[in-house]
Design a protein around this ligand. Structure first.
Ligand code: PLP
Length: 446
């Protein structure tokens, strides 16, 4: 057995040796359709020669310089390019190595922003249940992912959480639009209850990622959130680690609402997975406050602004533009949502949701009442494994997504080059998997 420590100590993982386009190949030469882009990472596809060439060229020039001592050309060029993708006013880019680094850095920059302006009591970050912002202590403190908080809660900051904008399972038992988006107004209630003087920022994934993949709030939601944040001098951080760089069919997920956040965190799609890369993008309001104050930040890591990763990021952004792949994410995303919705003819398929190429399918024991399966029926695991047997990769969504205990769903987030034929292969595999699992869990549906 390999000395490598795996996430599940008991599972034997297939060993992937090669990837091309939307396909992965294991040691035995078996082909898998990658319907999740790794984990909402790969967008241009596997093995793209232009990206490999950019990596190789940069490695030949210089692979590493320390960001505390030097600037480097690919990092500067990537920041310039990324600033052409962002909503108005967001053009200052801090390059990092991963999503948790980005959200935790945004958390600390929110604090720094207030301190620089003399508002030193503001430090707490409000977020939502059914959310994921990363696995380091600050990021996990903001995350509403009960299964992963678990035994680490004693380490976590006591940050307030509001309910997610989850219409299929409205936490207030209401229905849109008569609900008048009570879930957004809850932010104001919590800010005033906790005391606006202690609240530095609100962080949210514009479209929910791994915790309830594809959940998309109504059109009024983020404009209302923005107004509440402005009223109480609370920064709005859009965590676009999943939704950024085109995955939702627009440059950034928040663009669907036309709202301008104060900071954006982004990662995965920024490098399409060819190298570890993330960014915090600052609105000039935040940048200027720091520039007029101490004009420095301690938010650096060894791999901040890594030249090789930056060269990859630049090549990926250029490739996405050259091949109009964000538009394809929107187009093929609509088709995929339509085809996945047809799975609702199976009685265990509850909600089907998504925007662009971040989609989710939720499984229920009873479609009419939305009653979930008991967790020990392990419906998500069964679906994921049965789909893999059909040669298609989908990933489990967060367990206990409904109430911390129950809730079965899968995430689908393919590369932006996904074709109609790929959609059909995925849907056919899911049909086989769903029918197999229905036979296996029949008693728990009774
Ligand atoms: C929305 C969101 N934020 C942050 C993270 C953390 O990113 P990483 O795993 O790169 O640290 C993730 C990871 O899935 C994510 O989905």
């Amino acid at each position: 057995m390999s000395p490598q420590v795996f996430r599940d100590f008991q599972r034997i993982y297939p060993v992937i040796t090669r990837g091309k386009g939307v396909f992965l190949y294991d040691q035995a030469g078996r082909e898998y359709l990658d319907a999740v882009g790794g984990i909402a990472v790969v967008n241009v596809g596997h093995g793209v020669p232009e990206i490999i060439a950019a990596m190789t060229e940069q490695a030949q020039r210089v692979a590493f310089v320390h960001g505390g001592a030097f600037a480097n050309e690919p990092a500067m060029a990537l920041a310039e390019e990324l600033a052409t993708w962002t909503p108005r006013g967001l053009r200052h880019v801090l390059l990092l190595a991963g999503g948790s680094e980005a959200t935790e850095t945004a958390m600390k920059l929110a604090r720094q922003y207030h301190v620089e302006r003399g508002r030193t009591s503001k430090y707490r970050i409000i977020s939502r249940w059914t959310s994921y912002h990363g696995n380091t202590i600050g990021a996990l403190s903001m995350s509403g992912r009960t299964a992963w908080r678990g035994e680490f809660v004693p380490y976590l900051q006591n940050f307030p959480k509001i309910h997610p904008p989850f219409c299929y399972r409205c936490p207030y038992g209401k229905t849109y639009p008569s609900c008048q988006i009570a879930c957004a107004d809850d932010l104001e209630r919590v800010i005033t209850l906790e005391g606006p003087d202690s609240i530095a920022a609100f962080i949210a994934e514009p479209v929910i990622g791994t915790s309830a993949a594809g959940v998309t709030p109504p059109p009024e939601y983020y404009p209302r959130i923005r107004a509440i944040c402005d009223k109480y001098d609370v920064l709005f951080i859009a965590d676009e680690v999943i939704t950024g760089v085109g995955r939702t069919g627009k440059n950034f997920g928040i663009d669907h609402w036309g709202v301008i956040p104060d900071m954006i965190t982004t990662a995965k799609a920024l490098s399409s997975g060819y190298a570890p890369l993330a960014a915090v993008i600052l609105h000039e309001k935040v940048y200027d406050a720091i520039a007029r104050g101490s004009a420095r930040t301690t938010q650096g890591f060894t791999y901040s602004g890594h030249p090789l990763s930056a060269a990859v990021g630049l090549a990926v952004l250029r490739y996405l533009k050259a091949h109009d792949l964000v538009a394809n994410a929107a187009r093929i995303g609509r088709r995929l949502l339509e085809r996945l919705t047809s799975l609702q003819r199976f009685p265990i398929v509850g909600d089907v949701r998504g925007t662009g190429l971040i989609l989710g399918v939720e499984f229920v024991a009873d479609q009419a009442t939305k009653r979930p399966f008991p967790p020990d029926a392990e419906v998500t695991r069964r679906i994921v494994e049965a789909t893999l047997e059909e040669g298609v990769v989908v990933v489990p969504g967060m367990s206990g997504m409904i109430d911390g205990v129950c809730g079965d769903h899968i995430q689908i987030s393919p590369p932006y080059i996904f074709s109609e034929a790929n959609v059909e292969q995925l849907v056919a595999a899911l049909e086989v998997a769903i029918q197999k699992v229905m036979r296996e869990v029949e008693p728990s549906r009774a």
